[in-house]
Design a protein around this ligand. Structure first.
Ligand code: Z5A
Ligand code: MG
Length: 212
């Protein structure tokens, strides 16, 4: 099924603690793809528009309570429900840029008391594996000084520190750690050049499965 002559699209994920600039960089990369005539699609997780996403949204805003394991599985289900679209796009040559992914799922749940990383990874095992993960690294104190930190459930300094620790455990060779404190255009240039270098290498390779 793989591969029109132009090859498959590239799968990119942005990860990191709150307010590192993931959404900003995601949008800049999507715009770059568009202006250079590349086919591109943009996904954000959680996708708050689906039925599952609506319960996640309400939970994050503190309007409803969900048991910790149950909400973990909902976040994962919210990714799985997007998989048919994502794989089809990739196979047809469209690149997919994702704002948060399974690593967020693991990092935020494993930061809670009584959870281990192995359990947290399992529901996301087998998802399409990103060709590259940009980890926007920012210290909690710097994140807190950025706009509107603190409005949602997980936006507490002590919790964010624990999230950062789990992310450290998840890092692999496909990750690029990006210093998120710099000027956003400088960060964009770095991300852009990494993606351009990678594009030709992945075009005719199979998409891998996460954590298998
Ligand atoms: N969550 C989970 O528990 N399990 C899961 O499986 C998933 C997620 C997928 C919602 O995420 C929550 O869900 C999140 C994790 C959890 N909880 N927390 N905490 P979200 O992605 O919807 O969260 P958000 O509200 O979009 O915040 P964010 O993503 O953390 O922010 P960001 O995207 O990294 O940053 P930004 O919006 O691009 O920038 C933040 C501000 O900084 C903004 O004012 C920018 O203009 C500014 N900014 C950006 N870049 C710079 C630079 N370079 N310099 C200066 N200022 C900058
Ligand atoms: Mg964001």
């Amino acid at each position: 099924s793989l591969l029109s002559r132009k090859g498959r699209g590239i799968l990119v994920a942005f990860e990191g603690c709150d307010r590192g600039g993931k959404s900003t960089q995601c949008k800049m990369l999507v715009d770059y793809f568009k202006t250079t005539g590349r086919d591109v699609a943009h996904f954000s997780f959680p996708d708050r528009t689906t039925i599952i996403g609506q319960s996640i949204d309400s939970y994050l805003q503190g309007k409803s309570e969900l048991e910790d394991h149950a909400v973990h599985l909902l976040f994962s289900a919210n990714r799985w429900e997007a998989v048919p679209k994502i794989t089809q796009l990739i196979e047809r040559g469209t690149s997919v840029i994702m704002d948060r992914y399974a690593f967020s799922g693991v990092a935020f749940t494993a930061a809670k008391k009584g959870f281990d990383v192995t359990w947290c990874k399992y529901p996301d095992r087998g998802l399409p594996c990103p060709d590259i993960v940009f980890y926007l690294e920012i210290a909690t104190k710097d994140a807190m000084s950025r706009a509107s930190f603190g409005n949602e459930r997980y936006e507490k300094a002590e919790f964010q520190e624990r999230v950062a620790k789990v992310y450290k455990e998840l890092k692999s060779d496909d990750w690029r750690v990006v210093d998120a404190l710099r000027d956003m255009n400088e960060i964009h240039e770095e991300i852009k050049s990494t993606v351009i270098k990678l594009e030709d290498n992945v075009k005719y390779s199979e998409l891998k499965n996460l954590w298998t």
